[in-house]
Design a binder for this molecule. Sequence first.
Ligand SMILES: [Zn+2]
Length: 118
Amino acid sequence: MSIFYGMHAASAAARANATAGEASRTARTTQTTVAELEQRLDRAMMACEAMWVMMRDKMGITDVELIDKINEIDLSDGQLDGKVRKTAVSCPKCRRTISRRHPRCMYCGQTIVHDPFA
Ligand SMILES: [Zn+2]
């Protein structure tokens, strides 16, 4: 092994070590983010269940009616797949297709009232 090759190999090993360290930090950050999201999802699920139990008990809505409504919403995008795809919306004034992310039409400035669940 030449001196040059040895130096090159040491440099490559140092870069690989730095890359591995960065990947490890990214993995830890991602694990923390996932754990936080799981906690938030658990709280949202509990709130949803509490609201459902109150509606069922106070209003007499049945579990079958809830399941039928969930399936109806699931099918609103044409597929019964456990997801509701967000589709583009049309501006009520100029009829151009616009993003759901913007509160106003980027073409005519019309204020857009988006469906909060879409
Ligand atoms: Zn418009």
